[in-house]
Design a protein around this ligand. Structure first.
Ligand code: PMP
Length: 417
């Protein structure tokens, strides 16, 4: 509190001071050991201190530690080629930065330059980062600065089936949310937006999965008005949601621009924005990122993605995700205060409510469960507008036995509350 901004938020009444980690295990300075079910916010994608990543970083740091984007490194080109290989459709042209926020900024600036238009529609409940523009795209008041911000962002209805009144079918829900997006364009912009920007599955918003058909309709709508479809894969990307490399592929939509960060380099600072070459060409202004594409971060990204490809993480996440979901549904059957279990692959959440009829969000129960998981030696995350959702997103290499152990600890913690 003396040396850091008071706004630096930590979890738990007494924060955990982490000192060592390996795979899915984390130790604190008091020697307590935790099974990490949240992976530093879905980021240590191939496990803490993955030996391949550590060795690549060690080698690189003794050889070349910095260049700036004024120079090319082989690592950077290798990572760009890897990204192009696993990204949907024609996405192949990359710009590297140091964080998700910067990747988001790059995407929006690019869409504006490509379309010559400036307004952007994002989704309510979203989280997009901590830079001025990313915080303006973010649509949770708790995460927005209390003064300032950048204008020209409008927010459409969040595609959040659980919190949408009525008993609508998936198709009717997709229609409702897509209709709202079009209404927002028609009523709150000049009718010529640069982009529609959306997390494919909201993370901080509480693992919100849109209904089938929504993204197809949303992409068609934004294109009808001359804008681009940008999807934020910072949390769900890199195989985490199972079966595919990127979550948007579940809905068979090709975005115009995609942003990535977090799990891409297993915890090293990397953000990436990828697009089609013809869109990338629209960026005519000079631009530079001193640390973007740093050789050490790129070595980490290259090693991380090589492990991911070798280990077939989309298939692994599907298998471990099915195990996780089955375990969470057992908890749902036992505890009437679990309102919904949702997510895909290894990105899952449980939303806690007062009771299933009223669906009143229960953030206090989340706090109690968080403290109980700490006692059980399990790290989980929190999300949702009210802090009513427990978020789970472990390493993509978590084993079957580790998953069982984590589920046992979570079940014990649920019993405690
Ligand atoms: N987009 C999403 C979906 C995120 O969850 C985050 C970070 N939680 C960001 C962007 C911003 O990333 P960073 O914190 O690396 O700037």
């Amino acid at each position: 509190r003396r040396v850091l901004f008071p706004c630096v938020t930590t979890l738990y009444q007494e924060p955990i001071v982490v000192s060592d980690a390996e795979g899915v295990w984390v130790r604190d300075t008091d020697g307590a050991e935790y099974l990490d079910f949240f992976a530093g916010i879905l980021t240590t994608s191939v496990g803490h201190c993955n030996p391949d990543v550590v060795s690549a970083v060690r080698k690189q740091i003794g050889r070349l530690g910095h260049t700036s984007t004024l120079y090319i490194t082989e690592n950077q080109l290798q990572v760009a080629e890897q990204l192009g290989r696993i990204s949907p459709g024609e996405l192949s042209s990359c710009y590297f930065t140091n964080s998700g926020s910067e990747a988001v900024e790059t995407a929006i600036m690019l869409a504006q330059q490509y379309t010559g238009q400036h307004e952007v529609i994002a989704l309510r409940h979203s989280y997009s980062g901590r830079t001025a523009l990313a915080a303006t795209l973010t649509a949770q008041s708790a995460w927005r600065p209390k003064a300032g911000g950048i204008a020209h962002v409008r927010h459409a209805m969040v595609p959040y089936p659980y919190r949408t009144p009525g008993n609508l079918s998936e198709e009717a829900l997709a229609d409702l949310f897509a209709h709202d997006l079009e209404e927002v364009i028609r009523t709150t912009t000049n009718g010529k937006p640069a982009a529609f920007f959306a997390e494919t599955i909201q993370g901080v918003g509480g693992v919100v999965v849109p209904p089938a058909g929504y993204f197809q309709r949303a992409a068609a709508i934004i294109r009808k008005y001359g804008g681009l479809f940008i999807c934020d894969e910072v949390q769900p990307g890199f195989g985490r949601t199972g079966d595919h490399w990127f979550a948007i592929e579940h809905w068979d939509v090709e975005p115009d621009i995609m942003v990535m960060a977090k799990g891409m380099a297993n915890g090293f600072p990397v953000g990436a924005t990828i697009t089609r070459p013809e869109i990338a060409e629209a960026w005519q202004a000079k631009t530079i990122s001193t640390f973007g594409g740093n050789p050490v971060s790129m070595a980490a990204a290259h090693a991380t993605m090589t492990v991911m490809e070798r280990e077939h993480v989309p298939a692994r996440a599907a298998a471990r995700g099915a195990q996780l979901k089955a375990g969470l549904f057992k908890l749902y059957d036992k505890h009437a205060w679990i309102g919904e279990v949702r997510g895909k692959g290894l990105m899952q959440g449980i939303e806690l409510v007062k009771d299933r009829d009223s669906k009143v969000p229960a953030p206090d129960r989340v706090k109690a469960l968080l403290e109980a998981t700490k006692k059980e030696g399990l790290l989980v995350g929190v999300g949702g507008m009210h802090g009513q959702t427990i978020r789970i997103g472990p390493s993509l290499l978590i084993t079957e036995a580790e998953m069982n152990e984590a589920l046992t600890r979570l079940a014990n913690a649920c019993d405690r509350v």
